[in-house]
Design a protein around this ligand. Structure first.
Ligand code: ZN
Length: 93
């Protein structure tokens, strides 16, 4: 089986078996991990993670999103800064 190898700016590398579906390792919009069933579901609906779907793909942007519109990279970066503050840091004990 082939492996997916992804290097992250945070300084770690993830190696994962390639699986037989089209769900990527990370959200193509915000590049955060697709890690929950909710993310997988929203990816199948909107081609992005749950957070991006709620923030951008649903509601008033719904039609634009389906047509391929995505937020500006500066807007995505702002959103990622906010999310980073909400994420509990991983602790190694
Ligand atoms: Zn996302």
């Amino acid at each position: 089986m082939s492996k997916i190898i992804k290097k992250f700016d945070e300084g770690f590398t993830l190696i994962k078996d390639e699986i037989e579906n089209d769900i990527p390792l990370t959200c193509p919009v915000c590049e955060y991990f697709i890690r929950t069933d909710q993310d997988v579901f929203y990816y199948s609906q909107h081609k992005c993670c749950f957070e991006c779907a709620v923030k951008w793909a649903e509601g008033s942007n719904r039609i634009k999103w389906k047509e391929g519109w995505r937020p500006d990279s500066s807007i995505i970066e702002e959103e990622k800064k906010i999310r980073r503050k909400l994420v509990t840091p991983i602790r190694f004990t």
